[in-house]
Design a protein around this ligand. Structure first.
Ligand SMILES: *Cc1c(COP(=O)(O)O)cnc(C)c1O
Length: 462
């Protein structure tokens, strides 16, 4: 891994420049081109102002506002850059691709927003009915674009992920329709997400001897994987705190080595309601000194037994960097109220989980005492109005014009139902078939159009 990347960076660089430097050795695309792709990706962030992600000092810590993108959550960062890369590469080859993605609430809007204008890409997106916030739902179903297809499922995110796994394991189908996923397992997204860790370190610790801590609210370890990667790329990161909600697989894995799937619980931080934390495989890989046989053995066992105990030496390595805790809904609301009262700063419920950990969990407070600490805020409060109201924050602090315009638009989506009778695998198989059929029908439509166009074209030449 090119560990020298951090040494090529300096504090005056924009996030677009840092991300371009980061992507260069991994993509082979020239830096100048990458700078323009990243600048385009971040152009609407922070309402078009620099820095793309505001970094605010609040009390004795920093808040990094990674929800400053067009759909108001940190996933915009990875999705916007990946969509630019995809469009660039496909465009240069004259090809098209299909993205199939499922979402717990924020990936979907970010992916749709990132590709809605890309002619070389079309997207099929699943979201769970009643388990996403009102604004998240509107961000997906109000998009009227021929390359965007949205599905509302009567299930949860783990069921959606399993249904898509059925689709993704059909290698022939995947190849024929050039399908890729840009779920949080997508490596390019994780790579891009290490960019803001590098950038934040440069701002907070300009002195090369300083070290920085990060506190990250997480469900599936995608965001924190970017942090670990940044550390491997030379960023002076001391500790990374992973704060989960009641869906605490990441916390249990880090704290005790208990990597096991629990039941998916619904919380007021829905984007973290996840048990299939696939990015934990990257934690295992990066912490087992590149011993592929170790992480492969663990993942294989996990797939069959759904529960693994990590070996002690691996857990020790993980705990040298990572620290974790789980925060419940009442504590989340408490942190939202406290931070608003003390600083007039409105936190969304996901971000509040990290801040709660820093303010109230003894081990976290102790670990973060010595160095500057950055709380990664993952969303804008306007995206989670329900939770803000529950915490008693004044409605005005959660307003945003980007949310208001959604309320007047018509809705476009298809339902994937739970027939009630029948087994869970049957239902997931049925969903997988329906998605595949939709992709195929769409492809036929596209081909018919191409044929018709060609026919007309050749006639006109006659
Ligand atoms: C997706 C999401 C998270 C969790 O991201 P991980 O990749 O699981 O760490 C946290 N907060 C918000 C607002 C999100 O959209």
């Amino acid at each position: 891994m090119p560990t020298a990347i951090f040494d090529q960076l300096h504090a005056g660089m924009s996030l677009a420049h840092v991300t371009a430097r980061l992507l260069h050795p991994f993509t082979g695309i020239e830096v100048v081109k990458l700078v323009s792709l990243c600048a385009a990706a971040f152009s609407s962030f922070n309402n078009g102002h620099e820095p793309s992600l505001p970094l605010v000092r609040v009390g004795d810590r920093y808040f990094l506002e990674t929800g400053a993108g067009p759909t108001l959550a940190f996933k915009d960062i990875g999705q916007q850059v990946v969509a630019q890369l995809l469009n660039h590469v496909l465009g240069s080859r004259g090809e098209r691709a299909t993205i199939i993605v499922e979402t717990s609430g924020d990936t979907g809007p970010a992916a749709i927003e990132a590709v809605r204008g890309c002619s070389a890409v079309r997207i099929f997106c699943l979201y769970p009915m009643g388990r996403v916030s009102h604004v998240q739902e509107l961000q997906m179903i109000t998009v009227d674009s021929p390359n965007v297809h949205v599905y509302r499922t009567e299930g949860d995110t783990d069921e959606q992920a399993e249904a898509l796994k059925v689709v993704f394991t059909d290698a022939e189908f995947m190849r024929r329709h050039k399908v890729c996923s840009i779920n949080s397992i997508n490596w390019a997204r994780v790579l891009v997400q290490s960019g803001y860790y590098l950038w934040a370190c440069l701002q907070v610790a300009p002195d090369a001897r300083m070290r920085v801590n990060f506190v990250v609210p997480t469900g599936a370890f995608g965001n924190a994987a970017g942090g670990l990667l940044a550390k491997r790329l030379g960023a002076p990161i001391e500790r990374i705190v992973c704060a989960t909600n009641a869906n605490d697989i990441v916390h249990r894995t880090i704290q005790t080595g208990d990597l096991s799937f629990g039941t998916n619980r619904q919380t007021i931080s829905p984007a973290m309601d996840i048990q299939f934390a696939y990015n934990l495989e990257r934690l295992l890989y990066l912490c087992s000194a590149g011993d592929r046989s170790l992480d492969k053995a663990i993942m294989t066992e996990l797939e069959s037994t759904r529960a693994v105990q990590l070996p002690r030496p691996l857990l020790d390595t993980i705990q040298q960097t990572f620290l974790s805790c789980a925060v419940d809904d009442a504590q989340t609301l408490q942190a939202m109220r406290e931070v608003y009262r003390a600083h007039g700063y409105a936190l969304d419920p996901h971000s509040a989980i990290g801040v709660y950990a820093l303010d109230h969990v003894h081990a976290v407070k102790e670990a973060c005492r010595a160095n500057p600490t950055v709380c990664v805020l993952t969303a804008h409060p306007a995206k989670f109005g329900e939770a803000c109201a529950q915490a008693g924050l004044p409605p005005s602090v959660c307003d945003d014009p980007r949310v208001d315009v959604l309320k007047t638009k018509p809705h476009h989506f298809t339902c994937l139902r739970d027939p009630g009778a029948g087994s869970r695998p049957d239902k997931l198989q049925a969903w997988a078939r329906e998605i595949k059929r939709a992709v195929e029908d769409q492809d036929k439509l596209a081909q018919t159009f191409v044929l018709a166009a060609t026919t007309r074209h050749s006639r006109s030449k006659m």
